[in-house]
Design a protein around this ligand. Structure first.
Ligand SMILES: [Ca+2]
Ligand SMILES: [Ca+2]
Length: 459
């Protein structure tokens, strides 16, 4: 064999080996997406990526074997059982976490507090719909023994076969102490302190779903919270799959709108029904949600511009809304408005708010409100462009990504149609696959999921 042919043969062999390696890697790992930019705050995630797996076990084993020196500051999560040292017990805990077999898991919660949480909780208190939804997504709807007041309206959908006589209340700590809870899921950071103090034997956990941060969700406490739930509920693959579903949908919407020039984007007032000029002519203010708000983020993802952007504190990280006087409406041009409403309030059923969302089948109430709002004398917003948003669109477990899917269709119906983009396809997947609601007649609910004057409906 002359040198040239020999060289070609070697190159071919290398190419075949390389191709085989690529195939092997891709077949080993179906989804190469990075779900988190920073380190997943689960002890056992020794290498600071977004998951706990055998790579972490190998890394910690090399520390145990003396081949690697543990730097506590650089790899804090290598101490999987959080006892201050790294030894073979940490390797065992990491392997258990990776196999969904761990008894407990050490995490940092949504505000960075280190805590040990019992895995596979059997008695759960869920405050607010997003926590009830998340427990259901993770297959634990039937382990909910009590919930904050609005959850009873979701019971027929989220956990119809729940064997517990589920109680609905909040704030009564004597009653809580009789529930023998394993896990108390908190909705917002301000609600952590009291139950933590009053229920010392219960894992009071704030996961972080309150802050989706759609634009950089991979850096958000929301994404951390979904993934942490995977370890607490002992099904990390399902949690990762759910976050992946949301991120894929976000990226698809973004791909359609990212090149739309700023001047061509609609001006949107992100508002609510309750206690505003929308709900009553006697209320001489509106609510204008600002950048920090989840629906505002959904509007941005869907290619809309927020008309509140020149209001004071628009960029505030701590507030999420302003309440300008009606005169302010004369200073802005509004193409669309979103109208968030909560029929299922923590104070009880708000009869003034219409039915809507995946629990509803009747959309008439929302369209009646659209006509009413369009008729307000001091408003100049096309009836077609008034968007009624049922509560799960702002406070639900999907972090308002599905809200953005509908908003994109409302803002850019032609682009959505051209790309065969159907938000109901994703909502159906959310309801039937992720929430896992069985025997759900999607067609019967479809028109009530959300409403705007120009929304294409079944008939
Ligand atoms: Ca890892
Ligand atoms: Ca340890």
């Amino acid at each position: 064999m002359d040198k040239k042919i020999q060289m070609v043969a070697i190159v071919v062999v290398i190419a075949v080996v390389a191709a085989a390696a690529v195939f092997f890697i891709s077949s080993q790992k179906e989804d190469p997406r990075i779900l988190l930019d920073g380190a997943l705050e689960v002890y056992g995630n020794a290498d600071n990526n977004w998951t706990v797996d055998n790579s972490d076990a190998d890394f910690v084993q090399s520390i145990v074997d003396g081949k690697t020196v543990w730097n506590k500051n650089e790899n804090p999560y290598a101490d999987a059982n959080h006892d201050g040292k790294v030894d073979s017990a940490d390797v065992t805990q990491i392997k258990d976490l990776a196999k969904n077999n761990a008894k407990t898991v050490w995490i940092k919660d949504g505000v960075g507090t280190e805590m040990e949480v019992k895995c596979k909780p059997q008695r759960i208190y869920a405050f607010q719909v997003q926590n009830a939804e998340l427990a259901t997504i993770m297959g634990y709807g039937d382990k909910i023994v009590a919930g904050g007041p609005p959850i009873q309206y979701y019971e027929p959908y989220l956990f119809p076969g729940n064997p517990n006589d589920v109680q609905y209340f909040s704030g009564d700590y004597e009653r809580f102490s009789e529930l023998n809870l394993d896990l108390y899921l908190v909705f917002a950071p301000t609600q952590i302190a009291t139950p933590t103090e009053k229920l010392p034997n219960v894992d009071v956990v704030y996961l972080g779903l309150y802050y989706p941060r759609i634009a950089d969700m991979e850096s958000s406490v929301f994404a951390q919270g979904i993934l942490k739930a995977g370890y607490i509920f002992g099904d990390k693959e399902r949690a990762e799959g759910y976050l992946n579903f949301l991120l894929d949908l976000r990226d698809e919407i973004n791909s359609y709108v990212k090149d739309i020039p700023d001047a061509d984007r609609p001006e949107v007032l992100v508002s609510q029904l309750s206690n505003t000029y929308y709900s009553s002519e006697d209320v001489k203010t509106v609510v204008a949600y600002t950048k920090n708000d989840a629906v505002s983020q959904a509007v941005a993802l869907a290619g809309g511009k927020n008309v509140a952007r020149d209001l004071p504190n628009y960029d505030s990280e701590t507030s999420y809304a302003q309440r300008p006087e009606l005169e302010w409406l004369d200073t802005v041009d509004i193409d669309y408005t979103t109208v968030h409403f909560q029929r299922y309030a923590w104070t009880g059923l708000d009869q003034n708010s219409p039915e809507g969302g995946y629990t509803a089948t009747d959309s008439k109430g929302m369209y009646d409100w659209i006509s009413t709002i369009a008729g307000r004398p001091l408003l100049d917003i096309d009836e077609d462009n008034i968007i009624m948003l049922p509560q799960e669109n702002r406070n639900g477990s999907h972090g308002s990504i599905l809200t953005a899917a509908y908003l994109f269709q409302a803002f850019y119906p032609d682009i959505a149609k051209k790309n065969h983009f159907d938000p109901d396809k994703y909502m159906k997947e959310f309801v039937t696959k992720w929430l896992g609601i069985s025997n759900y007649d999607y067609a019967a609910h479809k028109d009530a999921m959300i409403a705007w004057g120009a929304r294409p409906t079944n008939d």
